[in-house]
Ligand binder design. Structure first.
Ligand code: TYM
Length: 321
């Protein structure tokens, strides 16, 4: 059984990525799992090449520091030739209407002066990621589920039209922290691309900055501490973060607090402790280029080996290659 998932270096990794994804990848390890930094996906909106390179490296360091075995990691662009080829085959199996229905496309393209075509076809590249490496399970948060559904549909369609080559993947959701919300605006998920970063805790933020951001977090006007995501979204978000860090339940945590101040202090300390070892190890890796370069090179070779047979079968079945 192969599990595969990824994180996009559109900006630095944040607490939502950590609690909702990376932490589970590190803990629920299966022998065949693969995780990668999806740098090609960061190119679907305006970006800075030097910064993309630096953020990709930083994310690779964060994944290693989070406890994912280095032999399960790679960087997406190291497979750009294979992925480019498969994306084309899958674009030829995907309807325009199917791609334009994606919720994330509608959200991300809304109000943009120039919408890159790659923003529309990005879920097809994501399908290529998933299908190229034969993933059976794709752990993702709620925001990415629809894209995994598209990968399933494309795999089935390709298999029935041209011949059996792809495993049919399914999305699996993390049990806890599937959606960490922005600290300043709990109606939105915590996101790398938020305009204002005061509501986003980054994994490599200095501990004092983490404390400051959490102390400034929005609260609800009711003055009570209850886990009630609809009625008290801000406080419920803080309780969910606390429970995820402590491995408890948000309702149980709520019973321990009657005021917002102590709740925020507890959340701040829990988050600082959760991130401390990751920050230390990631900074160490970032200061030693040789170790990280070796991890990246070995990951690229392994992933390319795993992709080769499936890609040549798919090309042959499609009547090319
Ligand atoms: P990305 O980089 O947006 O997010 C990486 C992972 O973090 C989860 N996540 C969150 N979980 C909880 N709360 C949040 N606020 C939060 N924000 C993000 C996401 O659900 C995701 O699991 N397109 C993907 C990366 C990708 C991929 C793939 C994933 C590329 N190819 C193939 C699976 C399989 C993305 O941009 O994730």
């Amino acid at each position: 059984m192969t599990r595969l998932s990824a994180i996009t270096p559109s900006d630095r990794a944040h607490l939502g990525n950590h609690l909702g994804a990376v932490r589970h990848w590190a803990r629920d390890g299966h022998p065949g799992d693969l995780y990668f930094v999806s740098d090609l996906h960061a190119m679907t909106v305006s970006y800075n090449p030097a910064r993309l390179r630096a953020t990709t490296r930083e994310l690779l360091a964060v994944l290693v520091a989070s406890g994912i075995a280095p032999d399960r990691l790679f960087v997406q662009s190291d497979l750009i030739r294979e992925l480019g080829a498969l994306t084309w085959l899958l674009e030829c199996a995907c309807a325009f209407g199917e791609a334009s229905r994606m919720t994330q496309f509608k959200q991300k393209s809304d109000g943009q002066a120039m919408v890159r075509l790659s923003l529309l076809t990005y879920p097809v590249l994501m399908a290529a990621d998933i299908l190229l490496l034969g993933a059976d399970e794709v752990p993702v948060g709620a925001d990415q589920r629809q894209h995994v559904e598209l990968a399933r549909d494309l795999a089935r369609r390709f298999n029935t039209t041209y011949g059996e080559v792809f495993a049919i993947p399914r999305a699996v959701m993390p049990r806890t922290a599937a959606r960490v919300r922005d600290l300043s605006d709990p109606t939105r998920k915590m996101s790398k691309s938020a305009q204002d970063s005061t509501g986003t805790v980054f994994v490599l933020d200095d501990p004092d900055l983490v404390r400051r951001k959490i102390r400034k977090a929005k609260t609800d006007a009711l003055g009570r501490v209850e886990h009630d995501p609809a009625g008290q979204p801000a406080v419920s978000n803080l309780l969910e973060i606390l429970a995820a860090c402590r491995g408890t339940d948000p309702r149980t945590e709520a019973a321990g607090f009657s005021e917002y101040g102590p709740l925020k202090e507890a959340v701040a300390e829990a988050v600082v402790e959760e991130l401390r070892p990751i920050r230390t190890r990631a900074l160490e890796l970032l200061s030693d280029p040789a170790e990280l370069d070796a991890i990246r090179k070995a990951g690229a070779d392994r992933a390319a080996d795993r992709a080769a047979h499936r890609l040549s079968s798919a090309l042959r079945l499609a009547g090319v290659g």
